[in-house]
Design a protein around this ligand. Structure first.
Ligand SMILES: Cc1cc2nc3c(=O)[nH]c(=O)nc-3n(C[C@H](O)[C@H](O)[C@H](O)COP(=O)(O)OP(=O)(O)OC[C@H]3O[C@@H](n4cnc5c(N)ncnc54)[C@H](O)[C@@H]3O)c2cc1C
Length: 390
């Protein structure tokens, strides 16, 4: 055995780097390991942009996002970097959709600022949009963009500065969870034991814990940047991030102002084919690009230029689209209570990264964070599907 840690964090994406940083700054002996370089582009935490928003249809997520907003600002102070660019955010779509009303109600309930716009008011305020007369929008000023590649790089650097050991290119080959007081991780660079193990392995979780295979669905999602005609009209100060809610059977579409590249980035939520982290391709789906282009022609004609860049990314989704943050023994009969299985993805986890690291660090310290909701339990993750994209 090489060394015993207070906590090993397996997986250095957004979730793992944040947990490692929070634990290291509390003075815990932490090992953070990843099979690839940190950051890399084979999981879920890479690229220029993720939507930050308070606008959720359930108060739990609004409260968690409000907490995360404070934590993003704290991280900016610590690092001297801009991490969250506020652009405002639009939830829009056919006005009769209950999801839109639920977003408005939960924002108001949490004391957040919110405005509702009918189709005419939306197009006067944001003339980039063309929408049918029966559409409506909920506008929240507390929405914007965070950068996953920058954040992962930064959190790993901060974790190192606080004394964490970060091992890149170090795959966990297997886990020995037989002794509940000392989980063990075997890697090609040695075998490591700890008091608490956090498995934040993203789309690789079902491989490490096969009992999760029925609960976690991995899909290959496509995002694309399209060249805009008038760049000024699509800059962050003029064009808010958006989520277009859809009727049952239609795709929810979300997008960003020109950020990272001089074009609009858009994508469909949870429409990609099922895959696994081990067998996935990196091929961009041409049919998806064609649908995204047609969407822009219809609703944002000023952004319907040629594709500038298209990429794939893995979603790991529970049936309820809630996160999974529960112990191994809640998933595996007779399993270890000293291991936390962390899958905060379902296509909408990045905005919460600084808050989720704190929740996981609390778990490792034997404390339950007040925002570690019952909806993150494994039992609930086996339930029915709702909507909560980006
Ligand atoms: C296309 C797309 C769009 C998204 N849009 C948004 C958005 O707008 N807003 C938002 O809030 N969220 C969004 N998300 C979700 C967000 O990006 C994820 O919630 C977040 O990145 C999940 O991070 P993670 O750390 O759980 O997983 P990952 O980033 O995948 O990290 C898991 C890590 O574990 C490592 N690992 C796995 N197995 C092993 C092993 N055996 N040994 C060592 N290391 C291992 C992997 O190499 C990887 O680095 C989006 C996701 C995608 C894919």
């Amino acid at each position: 055995m090489e060394r015993v840690y207070d906590c090993i964090v397996l997986g250095a994406g957004g979730a793992g780097t944040s947990a490692a940083y929070h634990l290291a700054r509390r003075g815990r002996r932490v090992l953070l390991l990843d099979q690839f370089a940190v950051p890399h582009d084979r999981g879920s935490s890479h690229g220029h942009s993720r939507i930050f928003r308070l606008a959720y249809d359930h108060p739990d997520y609004v409260h968690l996002a409000q907490h995360a907003l404070d934590r993003w600002r704290e991280l900016e102070e610590v690092s001297g970097q801009t991490l969250l660019t506020l652009t405002g955010g639009l939830d829009l779509g056919p006005g009769a959709l209950p999801g839109l009303r639920a977003v408005e109600e939960s924002l108001r309930g949490a004391g957040a600022q919110v405005e509702t716009l009918d189709a005419g008011a939306l197009m006067r305020r944001f003339p980039q949009w063309r929408v049918p007369g029966d559409w409506a929008a909920v506008y929240s000023p507390d929405a914007g963009i965070v950068n996953p590649t920058q954040t992962v790089e930064l959190l790993a650097a901060l974790a190192r500065s606080e004394g964490a050991t970060v091992l890149e290119h170090t795959p966990a080959l297997d886990l020995d969870l037989g002794d509940p007081r000392a989980p063990v991780v075997r890697t090609p660079r040695g075998t490591f034991a700890c008091r608490r193990l956090i498995v934040a392995a993203g789309a690789w979780l079902p491989h490490l814990v096969p009992e999760l295979t029925p609960t976690l669905r991995v899909t290959l999602e496509t995002t694309a940047f399209f060249r805009v005609r008038d760049l000024a009209a699509f800059l962050p100060g003029r064009f808010p991030v958006f989520i277009q809610h859809a009727r049952v059977g239609e795709a929810e579409v979300y997008g960003f102002p020109a950020f990272g590249l001089p074009g609009v980035k858009i994508a469909e939520h949870l429409q990609g084919p099922a895959t696994t982290a081990e067998t996935r391709s990196f091929e961009v789906d041409g049919a998806t690009l064609a649908r995204l282009g047609a969407y822009l022609e219809r609703h944002l004609p000023g952004a319907a230029g040629p594709v500038m860049q298209a990429r794939t990314c893995l979603y790991t989704t529970t049936p309820t689209q809630d996160f999974l943050l529960d112990t191994h023994d809640a998933v595996v009969p007779g399993g270890s209570p000293s291991v936390l299985l962390a899958s905060p993805c379902s296509g909408h986890g990045f905005k919460f990264v600084p808050a989720l690291g704190e929740l996981m660090a609390d778990w490792a310290d034997g404390v339950t964070h007040p925002l570690h909701f019952g909806r993150f339990r494994a039992g609930r993750a086996r339930n029915t599907l709702t909507s909560a994209g980006s």
